[in-house]
Write a protein of this length. Sequence first.
Length: 69
Amino acid sequence: MLTINVAVLLAVVVFFRLRRRTESRSRFDEKMTVVIVLALGILLAPTPVGQGVLNVLGQFASGVTQASR
């Protein structure tokens, strides 16, 4: 039996949706892309990968804040 990770599937969908040209998108397409990206974020957040991304972004934001002082 083949199993598909939903987060991987959404990542592939986001990748192909974002490759399309911007001027050919309708408002509905843009809203749907936002919903899919938010769903992907919710799925990735509790995983170790999501926590790693959160840590990296936190360190980056801390470094930017320190550099601006």
